[in-house]
Design a protein around this ligand. Structure first.
Ligand code: ATP
Ligand code: MG
Length: 449
């Protein structure tokens, strides 16, 4: 299909409109000229007939027939005069070579004689009928001739308008070309907004939208750059630690220290692996956008997820002598991605277990708050100071108040929880636990519509 073009469209419409209007204009000019000619020549017929009626024809008419005068210098527009006696006998004809038998209708009439139509003006007197006539065709020709004089100026006008249009369109479309040039010069590293000062008003919305897009792109690139930089930075520490542990292992001489160093090394590898997995998951979840990659519309039982997480993480809880339980009295289902929601619950329970001292209590509660399915993970650990309860959702942010035992953390768990909650339209927040002790992580899902 041919690419649509504003320039071509405008040319087609304007030149097309002119080409349609030009014949209409000529037709109107023709009709106006015909009316005008009719008026003038009807009057002229009447005056000529009256003039003849006043005369003594025997004395004034020439003995030799004469041709009538031609008002436009055109022999076809001649006037013909005929005089007849009341019994119809011809007294006089200015065109004796053609037989013109007009009916003696007084005044102006249109009649057919000698195979042609005539405008006739008749004066009936007691002793004679005087008629002055003119062919209808003669008047039409006169009108057509005067209208046709418009044709050339009109054609010139169309050519002139076409030329001006090409010029005006070139000038009018130039801002688009300029915009295109400005856009093509942008680099992803420098997405400066487009200059809107000299842009025509019609293009302002486009420029504003593009600038808005550029701003969001810049932010996205910035976020991407930060993410990569942060990730590289965060990966460096565990890898350096691994290197040190390997060196340590190499230097070990006795079996006992070697075993300890090996255990350290494998814990370090586990930590690095955990970090890489979290990073990968976060970059994938944060990059997914709702339109191109919509969430599956499956119903996920939040209560089942909570129970499963408790079962899954029980060994970890037992190891740390933490009383981990699920308080799930009712069915609560949400719409979304089962795997992502599992990760959300796991991350919250994992935090609670990790940051609660031995002998603590962790409860996973699912209920409906004003019909909204709500998940709460409550612990009686150290909690997060109120001032930090928003910051802990930032990537790589780890509270300086966190207990030392939590060193395996990478500071990505809550960022992942937030990314998943956002994708599910849920709101995640941190609160102080019961009686101000510990932490309550709360995720409120949208109430079913
Ligand atoms: N239940 C909790 N009690 C006390 N502090 C918490 C709790 N949950 C999170 N935090 C604090 O919030 C910080 C960020 O948690 P987040 O889950 O994002 O990262 P992480 O646990 O350090 O690492 P990751 O989850 O990636 O392994 C933690 O480092 C910790 O300081
Ligand atoms: Mg965590």
């Amino acid at each position: 299909m041919k690419q649509p073009s504003i320039r071509r469209q405008l040319m087609i419409w304007v030149i097309g409109a002119l080409c349609v209007c030009a014949p209409v204009l000529v037709l109107v000019a023709y009709l106006l000229a015909l009316t005008e000619i009719d008026e003038v020549l009807d009057d002229s017929l009447r005056q000529t007939a009256m003039l003849l009626a006043d005369r003594d024809l025997a004395g004034t008419f020439p003995t030799k027939p004469t041709v009538g005068f031609a008002p436009y210098g055109d022999t076809q527009s001649m006037l013909v005069a005929v005089a007849r006696r009341p019994d119809g006998g011809l007294m006089f004809s200015s065109q004796p070579e053609i037989s013109l038998n007009f009916a003696p209708t007084p005044g102006a009439s249109i009649q057919t004689a000698n195979g042609a139509r005539w405008h006739v003006f008749t004066v009936v007197q007691s002793d004679r009928v005087i008629q002055v006539a003119q062919p209808v065709a003669a008047r039409r020709e006169g009108a057509a001739e005067s209208a046709s004089q418009l044709l050339l100026p009109l054609l010139l006008l169309i050519a002139l308008v076409g030329g001006l249009l090409v010029f005006a369109l070139r000038r009018g479309i130039k801002p688009l070309d300029d915009l295109n040039a400005a856009l093509s010069q942008l680099r992803e590293t420098a997405l400066t907004p487009l200059e809107a000062r000299e842009v025509p008003v019609e293009m302002l919305p486009l420029v504003h939208t593009l600038n808005d897009l550029l701003r969001r792109l810049e932010q996205a690139f910035e976020a991407q750059r930060n993410f990569v930089a942060d990730a590289a930075h965060e990966l460096r520490s565990p890898v350096t630690a691994l290197q040190l542990q390997v060196q340590l292992l190499e230097r070990c001489t006795d079996q006992a220290t070697q075993a300890a160093a090996t255990a350290e090394l494998s814990a370090g590898i586990a930590r690095t692996r955990h970090l890489i997995e979290q990073l990968l998951f976060l970059s994938r979840t944060a990059a997914e956008d709702g339109e191109r990659n919509p969430l599956p519309h499956e119903r996920v039982r939040l209560d089942d997820l909570a129970r499963a997480a408790v079962v899954r993480l029980s060994p970890q809880a037992e190891q740390r002598c933490i009383d981990l339980g699920a308080n799930v009295a009712l069915e609560a289902s949400v719409e979304g991605d089962q795997l992502q929601l599992e990760i959300l619950v796991s991350n919250l329970v994992d935090n609670a277990l990790r940051y609660t001292p031995q002998g603590g209590i962790v409860d996973v509660v699912v209920d409906l708050v004003e019909r909204a399915p709500t998940l709460r993970v409550v612990d009686n650990g150290a909690g997060v100071p109120e001032a930090e309860r928003l910051r802990v959702f930032d990537r790589f942010y780890r509270s300086p108040h966190a207990p030392a035992l939590s060193e395996i953390g990478s500071g990505l768990g809550l960022a992942i929880v937030k990314a998943i909650a956002d994708r599910h339209g849920a709101v995640v927040s941190l609160h102080a636990g019961p009686d101000g002790i510990g932490l309550e992580a709360r995720v409120v899902f949208p109430a079913p519509g």
